[in-house]
Design a protein around this ligand. Sequence first.
Ligand SMILES: Cc1cc2nc3c(=O)[nH]c(=O)nc-3n(C[C@H](O)[C@H](O)[C@H](O)COP(=O)(O)O)c2cc1C
Length: 513
Amino acid sequence: MNNCDVRATWKYHDDTKHSPWSVRNNPHFLDFANRPLPFKLYPTIEPRPLPRDLPQTGVTALSAIAEPARPSRTEAVPDLHDVARILYFSAGITKQRAYPGGEIYFRAAACTGALYEIELYLVTSDLPGLDGGVYHFNPADVSLRLLRGGDFRGNLAQAAAMEPAVAHSPVTIICTGTYWRNAWKYQARTYRHFGWDNGTLLANMLAVSAASGLPAKIVLGFVDAEVNRLLDLETRREVSLCLVPIGCVPGSPPAPREAPALGLEAIPLSQHEVEYPAMLQMHDASSLETEEEVRQWRERHSAITSFAPVGEEIRLLPLSEEEQPNDTIEQVILRRGSTRTFDKAASITLSQLSTILDCATRGVPADFLEPPGSQLNDLYLIVHSVQGLRPGAYFFQRDRNTLEVLKPGDFRAVAYHLGLEQELPADACVAIFFLAELEQILEQYGNRGYRAVQLEAGVIGGRMYLAAYAQRLGSTGLTFFDDDVTAFFSPHAKGKTAIFLLAIGKPLKGKAH
Ligand SMILES: Cc1cc2nc3c(=O)[nH]c(=O)nc-3n(C[C@H](O)[C@H](O)[C@H](O)COP(=O)(O)O)c2cc1C
């Protein structure tokens, strides 16, 4: 069983670290003539258009983010409008802009390089307005394409070793990652981006499912080859990353059906593609091979130790429900975008920051996060300008709802450096770094723990984006110099691994977003 040999993760992780040296000495350049298509297109399958005029949920963004849509035993079956809402507000096109290199279609969730390498598929029973089948979602024409007709939920339930949420869901969304679409720019580091970009998309998906009154859960425990086969994926190019069962029905799923290879034609993404073996190896090493392995994997719980604070603590003061802005989740997703320039002279309040931290960290419903509410990533902050907080470095004590002071000081120059020498984390009001005890995580989950920790970071980061935009603040994800992040937050962060970075502040007036 490959998954247990975690040397594969350390090799991939160490080889894809950014350092000032590695960034300066990378000869890679962007070949715009070979830029990949942003969509997966099946030229031979007729589209089945989804409704575009969707009833609004009326649910406020902050409550939809904070209220994890946990699986329940109550029957809940989405109709075609619910399915269309969830797909559109997770991966749909929300803005379009002309650039010298062509048109960019911006989507509902943030994504590294706006390259949108995450595809969505549905495995569904008959729903009101939609026949059972395996479908691909194409955001370009807001439609589904039927890959297999009939109810294949039994195949998924079997691949997930009868995980209860999958076994009882009327429909499951499968997220896949397409290597080349992102590796065109980011090369082998794309495997980390799979987790981040899938995560931000899932933050939207969980929030919109919750707002639609539908339980949803992220499932990472499944036999990879079986799910890939069901979707007819060419696995050197595209692989399944997670399942998201939505809704709940009583009874058992149907028996698995024959799912022969389809060999469906898809339009090539580029004239030529470059394969990065490091990513194929990382994926292979973190794959689960049998139902038994899935079952054993799922029994491993996330007992990540937390440490009592030693420094001074500042209590967080989230806005009460009455004080919270009441824009709906749909409105906030439509106006979200990554801030391109922050106003260095601006500040945010402690309540605004507290609300973001609180909403984003109430627990991600996932099969790898047991008991519910546990979290793999720790949050470290560099505060530049938050009213009520001295500038400095802090650690978020999630269980205590406090910020522990690590070191006071003006660290704008440090944030500039850590965020790959970009102005964004220096000019924002706060930069939030995600670090994790990767050694412990790999010990518990094997190589698949690497997928889990990146994905969880993306979900929490995606929620932070939404919680910031709900309060009319700005935000952006960022990349970072791995080891320098750990060094800066040490000794507290000694031994931890940098996973993700997000900056929050106020957009400079007159600039986009
Ligand atoms: C994980 C993550 C990392 C990102 N890193 C950077 C970065 O280092 N620099 C930057 O300018 N933008 C960064 N972005 C922002 C993306 O470029 C942006 O999400 C993308 O262009 C799509 O635009 P939108 O978020 O406005 O919809 C990042 C986004 C994510 C989700």
